[in-house]
Design a protein around this ligand. Structure first.
Ligand SMILES: Nc1ncnc2c1ncn2[C@@H]1O[C@H](COP(=O)(O)OP(=O)(O)O)[C@@H](O)[C@H]1O
Ligand SMILES: CC(=O)OP(=O)(O)O
Ligand SMILES: [Mg+2]
Length: 591
């Protein structure tokens, strides 16, 4: 499946044609679009791109759209409604959304028979906490005018954080990372345990860091002063979006390379521009480390972040107190390309690692567009049956014998939905320090390791704190005493609260566009207590049948006692997808 990616920026369009296995077939960039009369526009650039790819089959087109508002927390197929949503946010992203619309129209006209998918810069930030999305202005006024913080560059922040985690060989959901996307537009993001917790751009892509032509943070009182001096909306827009930032400070334009050369020659305004840029970025690193309660890594990406060693060095000055020890040589020599996409620039004794990452928004867009399109093929049913697991235990042959007698064997009471699994007639009592729970079902067949699965409520009752674990991972879990008709057994470990998960056959996984160990969120809707379950593990095996497993606490919290809809809505790390769903039914209830 070939995906054409159109990454529409404020003054440039990057494009790429990427095949189904992430291979780059061609790519390029058109810059300095629409700056003055007679120059190339975003629309004419798209025309050229479409000509260039005319010899290649295209199965899907992925469009980067900067502003999706609150409605678009995930990629979506572009239809009239989506176009209207992008249009509605033109005033909030005046340097981006109009060009995206133009690019989409041109591409849809040239490639009418293929799905066009919108991927939003705002989506990664959609679940920021309210304290991060809220401005401290009159609550009612903010509500009335939809004034809130959204955040942008999400595709790049998510990608860069993912690459950093790979480099650090640690799970993203254990890391606190500050990502700095420093391009023509620039923003910082606090990626806390894989999610955007805070970011520097706000209601529009104007807040935060110093940018090529945008001011970033300015005291709102300055705008009032300028309004009193005769500025109006159009002239303020022009000043803050187009005549500020590096360009406004240096007087030399927005290209940092030229500013650095002039600064080295003693140009005071260029030196000031560089200092203000670095100082602002450094302030955000400190602020985000504080907001996350610590930081494991700082990631530089975007044209400036990837290429300007001197700017990286300045930004990281004075951060020794955080544990950042820059390696000057590594920083100077760091070079990132598409096939060598990261470089470490701190010393081995640095507690916080600083990493340069070559951003690849096009690859993220291609993967997500592909995933959305394969997941939404109409022939495939997207129902996810949900099974609620009551408390139960899996026993070894020895434990079973100790509890039920040396010659006893499990008696099948009824088969379960996972092939080969069954509920037994045999039951055991669980004995904890506070209380006991009687008649807990044994599941067969017998296993090589004991595992007792209970809910949090059961733990409170027993007086035991058992960890949330994937099935099979019982090492170091909680102890428990089991009582059967023939005797008692105290297990040193084996008691867990099972992590929610979805079993999938490889065919299902392909249909959903998922792989083993992916993490998704599942939205339960329609039961009167809608709930989104995050951190749902995907488990893929030939012997599995499609089914989501949750425990009784989780089922009760979502009022899951009748036909429900389970919507697979969020895929972790470098994937993000919404699939259409049908009814997911309660197919089996143990106990
Ligand atoms: N070698 C370099 N040294 C310093 N700055 C660089 C270098 N290469 C690119 N840049 C800067 O990167 C910025 C453009 O970043 P980029 O991410 O390509 O922009 P866009 O946001 O348009 O995609 C410009 O300010 C440019 O000067
Ligand atoms: C959101 C934003 O500023 O994007 P870009 O850097 O492409 O202008
Ligand atoms: Mg950019």
């Amino acid at each position: 499946m070939n995906t054409l990616v159109i990454n529409c920026g404020s003054s440039s369009i990057k494009y790429a044609l990427i095949d189904g296995s992430d291979k780059l077939l061609l790519s390029g960039k058109h810059e300095r679009l629409g700056e003055s009369q007679g120059e190339q526009t975003h629309e004419s650039a798209v025309g050229q791109i479409l000509q260039e790819i005319s010899g290649y089959p295209v199965d899907v087109v992925g469009h980067r759209v900067v502003h999706g508002g609150s409605k678009h927390a995930a990629p979506c197929l572009i239809d009239e409604q989506v176009l209207a949503d992008i249009e509605r946010h033109v005033p909030d992203a005046p340097m981006h959304n109009p060009y995206s619309l133009a690019a989409i129209h041109a591409a849809q006209t040239a490639l009418p028979g293929v799905p066009h998918v919108a991927l939003f810069d705002t989506a990664f930030h959609a679940r920021m906490p309210r304290r991060s999305t809220t401005y401290a202005i009159d609550y009612e006024v903010a509500l009335k005018h939809g004034i809130r913080r959204y955040g942008f560059h999400g595709i790049s922040h998510e990608y860069a954080a993912g690459i950093a985690a790979q480099f650090l060989q640690r799970p993203l959901n254990e890391l606190r990372i500050v990502t700095l996307h420093l391009g023509n537009g620039a923003s910082a993001c606090a990626v806390e345990f894989g999610r955007s917790a805070e970011t520097s751009m706000g209601h529009t892509p104007l807040e935060g860091l110093v940018m090529g032509t945008r001011s970033g943070d300015v005291d709102a009182g300055v705008l009032l002063t300028l309004l009193r001096q005769g500025y109006d909306v159009a002239s303020l827009d022009d000043l803050l979006n187009r005549k500020s930032g590096l360009a406004g400070l240096s007087g030399l334009g927005n290209d940092l390379r030229e500013i650095e050369i002039a600064a080295a020659d003693g140009n005071e305004r260029c030196r000031l521009a560089i200092n203000v840029f670095a100082h602002r970025a450094r302030k955000y690193i400190g602020a985000y480390a504080a907001a996350m309660g610590g930081v494991d890594a700082i990631v530089f990406t975007g044209g400036i972040g990837e290429n300007s060693a001197s700017m990286r060095g300045r930004i990281l000055q004075r951060l020794e107190f955080l544990g950042v020890v820059l390696d000057e040589d590594r920083n100077r020599d760091a070079s990132v390309q598409k096939d060598n996409d990261y470089a470490l620039i701190t010393t081995p004794r640095s507690r916080v690692e600083a990493i340069v990452v070559k951003t690849n928004e096009e690859l993220m867009i291609a993967r997500q567009a592909r995933r959305l399109v394969s997941a939404s093929r109409p022939s495939a049913s997207m129902d996810i049956p949900i099974a609620v697991s009551g408390r139960h235990c899996h026993l070894t042959r020895e434990t079973f014998a100790a509890l039920f007698g040396a010659d006893a064997t499990p008696t099948i009471a009824k088969p379960l939905s996972q092939p080969g699994q069954f509920a037994c007639e045999e039951r055991v009592n669980l004995i904890g320090p506070h209380d006991r729970i009687e008649r807990v079902r044994v599941l067969g067949p017998l296993r090589s390791v004991n595992q007792v699965e209970i809910s949090r409520t059961d733990e409170f009752r027993l007086g035991i704190d058992a960890p949330v674990r994937d099935s099979g991972n019982v090492q170091g879990s909680a102890p428990i005493t089991l009582e059967g008709p023939a005797g008692s057994v105290t297990l040193a470990e084996g008691l867990i609260c099972a992590r929610r998960h979805i079993h999938m056959h490889p065919d299902d996984a392909e249909r959903f566009g998922l792989s083993d160990k992916d993490e998704v969120a599942v939205a339960i809707v329609g039961g009167g207590r809608d709930l989104v379950f995050g951190d749902v593990l995907i488990r893929v095996k030939d012997s599995y049948a499609l089914e989501m497993h949750i425990d009784t606490d989780e089922a009760n919290a979502a009022e899951l006692n009748r036909q429900q809809v389970g919507e697979l809505s969020d895929v972790d790390v470098d994937q993000y997808v919404v699939v259409t769903t049908g009814a997911a039914s309660l197919v089996s209830k143990l106990e």
